[in-house]
Design a binder for this molecule. Structure first.
Ligand SMILES: Cc1cc2nc3c(=O)[nH]c(=O)nc-3n(C[C@H](O)[C@H](O)[C@H](O)COP(=O)(O)O)c2cc1C
Length: 340
């Protein structure tokens, strides 16, 4: 029987437990995408609270790849210093940290001309503009910007890199038949729809140390008629499974409305299927708030469990859950008197 508080090793990264803080945009940067004090307090608190791995919010590889004007960025050398301050604050408080490298594609609300695999607008809301179709040069440029971002992430002290290929953002737009109508080598078959991701992964990997894990976040289900199902996404991942280490399994976001039935642990079965089909480590979750459900997850469905909103409500939830379960855990010495 595995416990949630058991350590976990993937390549050169050892986590003290299997609790992962899901990436969550804070919309707290400035227009240049720099780290602010908010980010330091917010993430360091979750490290103090006992999270094993923190995944930093979507951090854009291009100014036009941002969801909002207050997203974090990593498109220039100037971003490294603030990110370094952030990784140090997290490390000093006992957690490991991955960065989520992202490009919002047609869902960017900052780009005058958002980019996409095909000219299909996300919605008629004035927040979303009509995208332009990427040509081969633009495809190469974005892939190159992901690899430059990975190089900066290594310099900034991150322990792992996660590529954001979920929630209907640019990479997901290439995967999904709902948003990719291309007739060239990037559209059509699953192999073609996986090509953009494959090129990004190759570039990113070339900039990472050999023993640093590469993770990818996917929407395992588009939750929309005519979209991808978990089997399709697993097949896409099989085209790159020799280059990635962990799949962070989420869902939805490709269309403005999702037809999804949510309940505690609603993404766990997809995490189990991806693990079974690809043989890769997976992170599962979705509305998980309790220790018993998380414990069940790591024993039957996935290797690590992500917590999103629960960690917004309770930054010290891991310490509290261990105490309630009677599991001995090292607490920050400053808080020792609250342990007993
Ligand atoms: C405020 C907020 C911001 C989010 N930002 C991101 C993000 O930057 N990247 C991402 O992959 N998912 C993002 N998500 C989705 C979460 O990572 C997570 O998958 C989702 O909240 C479901 O998990 P939960 O039920 O434990 O909260 C965000 C969710 C919230 C609530």
């Amino acid at each position: 029987m595995i416990t949630l508080f058991e350590d976990f090793k993937v390549k050169g990264l050892r986590l003290k437990n299997r609790i992962v803080m899901a990436p969550m945009c804070q919309y707290s940067s400035d227009e240049n995408g720099f780290v602010k004090d908010w980010h330091i307090f917010h993430y360091a608190s979750r490290a103090v609270g006992g999270v094993g791995l923190i995944i930093l919010e979507a951090t854009s590889v291009e100014p036009d790849g941002r969801i909002s004007f207050n997203d974090l960025g990593i498109w220039s050398e100037q971003h490294v210093e603030g990110l370094k301050r952030l990784t140090s604050a997290i490390h000093e408080n006992g957690s490991k940290v991955a960065i989520q490298l992202a490009h919002a594609g047609r869902k960017s609300r900052t780009a005058v001309l958002p980019i996409a695999p095909s000219v299909i607008r996300f919605s008629n809301s004035e927040k979303y503009r009509q995208p332009v179709q990427m040509d081969k040069n633009r495809i190469d440029e974005v892939a190159d910007n992901f690899s430059k971002a990975a190089e900066r992430a290594v310099l900034a002290g991150f322990d792992a890199v996660e590529i954001h290929a979920a929630h209907g953002y640019l990479i997901n737009e290439f995967f999904s038949p709902l948003t990719n109508k291309r007739k060239d080598e990037y559209g059509g078959s699953l192999e073609n729809r996986a090509r953009f991701l494959k090129e990004i992964v190759q570039g990113v990997k070339s900039k990472m140390p050999h023993d640093m894990p590469l993770m990818i976040r996917v929407s395992a289900d588009d939750y929309y008629e005519g979209g991808n199902k978990v089997g399709d996404v697993a097949e896409i991942l099989n085209h790159i499974s020799d280059m990635i280490d962990v799949v962070d399994v989420s869902g939805g976001g490709i269309m403005p409305e999702n037809h999804v039935n949510t309940f505690p642990g609603y993404q766990l079965d997809n995490a189990a299927k991806i693990k079974e089909i690809t043989g890769l480590y997976t992170i599962g979750g979705g509305l998980i708030t309790t220790y018993p459900l998380a414990e069940y997850a790591v024993n039957t469905k996935c290797d690590l469990v992500y917590f999103g909103r629960q960690l917004l409500r309770e930054p010290y939830w891991p310490l509290k859950a261990a105490k309630e379960a009677g599991i001995e855990l090292e607490w920050p010495f400053q808080y020792e008197r609250a342990k007993f």
